[in-house]
Design a protein around this ligand. Structure first.
Ligand code: 3PG
Ligand code: CO
Length: 553
């Protein structure tokens, strides 16, 4: 039985409106021409930095600080928002899958048993992101799963690949497909009929999120389930090389692999097993719904085979989606949002579609919906659909700022929480000029919200979930930009391992509140206790320690 009542903070008052601003993809890095945050005009964030060390500092946002397997793992929005909202560090999907594969437990679980009953007569289909980015999936995990499943009776395997270029360098897809092809060739030598069946770029095929654009999922469905796609190839390496002539890895159009008779080699049929091998939830939920829901109406699936489907993880704990899964997800319980609602803190959360679930679903421990609709309001601003964000780098930053401002001025909420996506979403396009524009827009949105906080005598906390826009090139160990064989600068579309800033302030911030200097390794998970203090409460004992202290002058 959880005791939800939080103890009163000994000195800090309740009832101040608090704005909690998460800049997506906004890290701290040395100021050079590839640091878009440095290049952009960001007067608001610059002025917050002047408050260091008492009102501004850096916190860790990658690796073990956010529950990832190693210190080489860059941060990402899922683990970042999980840590921000939950106030504790949970072993995340990437790590849980590693453990389950290493111990072999994955094959003993209910999920694997469920799908393996199809191995005798049906095909095992594996659908997911093909890279070693470690954000949504990892190639080495797919390799182990292929080996493990074939050793346990899978005789016919079809892999449906999604090329990356977003969590890894653009162009790296070719190498990943070659590696997979050689693995599948080895399986074939051992008598397993294993092939790549279809593919496409992750941002154009299958991996949409938060129901931004169902056409993305439909394009994947047509290729994976129906064996229909505008492009047909005899092998996947050739497919990716050819399609890359007109698109980058993230946006490759859908293709299917066909046999001599132009027949697709691996559509999903009655009696087959399907596993989506991504461990991260947001970009698998839509496909999971299409695969699992009887009364699905988001697009015409045309063909609905009777299959056994399991996710690598369960992607949504509240919806219990999917019902079968290979590895149990982290049990992220007792999040700060749930505590605050129980203690009377009225909450408003807002972002545009592409990041909406970050400040709601991820924030609340991968849980959909409200804890208490009477205490909470979540506002989603529709994202532009069908474009890459370098052509609209301002995105909906000002609209998010306006919504937050209005929520603050309405005085109906105690916490107004937003995610401002620009640094991340535009940073992922690798377009440096556009990312500079994006950072400026994000800074303007922050100003709008801070100005509203000034008006109501409130408090602001400004932070970020992980790095991205502060470094747009791949570098060597000493930090020099790297060039490819043809002398072209290697653009970094992915996140980084840099720390992120956190700033506190506003007229409502009690005198004497400052960052302590005895949590030098503080990370995103320390923010929840900090925010609880600023709402006038002491955080639960097992939360990571607060970043602030109150000194008497
Ligand atoms: C994506 O899904 O867009 C990237 O893989 C990671 O970006 P995010 O963690 O910032 O959402
Ligand atoms: Co990102």
């Amino acid at each position: 039985q959880v005791s939800w009542k939080l103890a009163d903070h000994p000195t800090l008052p309740k009832g101040k409106t608090l704005a909690l601003i998460v800049l997506d993809g906004w890290g701290e890095y040395k100021p050079d021409e590839y640091n878009c945050i440095h290049v952009a005009q960001t007067p608001t964030m610059d002025s917050l930095k002047q408050g260091a060390p008492e009102k501004w500092r850096l916190i860790r946002a990658h690796g073990k600080a956010v529950g990832l397997p190693t210190e080489d793992d860059m941060g990402n929005s899922e683990v970042g928002h999980n840590a921000l909202g939950a106030g504790r560090i949970f072993a995340q999907g990437a790590k849980l899958v590693d453990i389950a594969l290493a111990s072999g437990k994955i094959y003993e679980g209910e999920g694997f048993k469920y799908i393996s009953e199809c191995f005798e007569k049906g095909t095992l289909h594996l659908i997911g992101l093909l890279s070693d980015g470690g954000v949504h999936s990892r190639l080495d995990q797919l390799q182990l799963l292929l080996k493990g499943a074939s050793e346990r009776g899978a005789k016919r395997i079809r892999v449906h690949i999604l090329t990356d270029g977003r969590d890894v360098l653009d162009g790296s897809s070719v190498g990943f497909v070659e590696t997979l092809e050689s693995d599948l060739a080895k399986l074939r030598e051992n008598g397993v009929d294993a092939r790549i069946a279809s593919g496409g770029g992750r941002m154009y095929v299958t991996m949409d999120r938060y129901e931004n654009d169902w056409d993305v999922v439909k394009r994947g469905w047509d290729a994976q389930v129906r064996g229909e796609a505008p492009h047909k190839f005899a092998n996947a390496v050739e497919a990716v090389k050819k399609l890359r002539e007109n698109a980058n890895d993230q946006y490759l159009p859908p293709f299917v692999i066909v046999d001599e008779n132009e027949k697709a080699v691996g559509p999903i049929e009655d009696g087959d097993a399907v596993v989506t091998f991504n461990f991260r939830a947001d970009r698998m939920v839509m496909l999971a719904k299409a695969l699992e829901h009887q009364d699905f109406d988001k697009f015409d699936r045309i063909k609905v085979p009777k299959i056994r489907y399991a996710g690598m993880l369960q992607y949504d704990g509240e919806l219990k989606l999917p019902g079968h899964y290979l590895v149990s997800p982290p049990e992220i319980d007792r999040t700060s949002g749930e505590y605050l609602v129980h203690n009377g803190v009225r909450t408003f959360a807002c972002s545009e579609t592409v990041k909406f679930g970050h400040v709601t679903f991820f924030w609340n421990g991968n849980r959909s919906g409200y804890f208490n609709p009477e205490m909470e309001e979540y506002a989603e601003i529709p994202s532009d659909v069908g474009i890459t964000f370098n052509v609209q780098p301002k995105m909906k930053a000002l609209e998010i700022g306006e919504k937050a401002r209005d929520a603050i001025l309405s005085r109906k909420f105690d916490q107004v929480r937003v995610n401002i996506p620009n640094g991340d979403m535009v940073g992922h396009t690798g377009d440096i000029q556009a990312t500079v524009v994006a950072c400026k827009a994000a800074d303007e949105a922050v100003k709008m919200i801070i100005d509203a906080i000034e008006q109501v005598g409130g408090i602001y906390v400004v932070t970020a979930d992980h790095g991205n826009a502060e470094d747009m090139v791949k570098r060597n160990k000493s930090g020099q930009p790297l060039y490819d064989k043809s002398g072209k600068l290697q653009i970094l579309t992915s996140h980084t391992c840099q720390p992120v800033p956190i700033a506190i302030g506003g007229p409502g911030l009690a005198a004497g509140v400052r960052f302590r200097n005895d949590v030098p390794d503080g990370g995103l998970a320390n923010v929840a206790a900090t925010v609880m203090n600023l709402h006038g409460y002491v955080a639960p004992n097992d939360y990571e320690p607060t970043l602030i202290e109150v000194v008497n002058n």
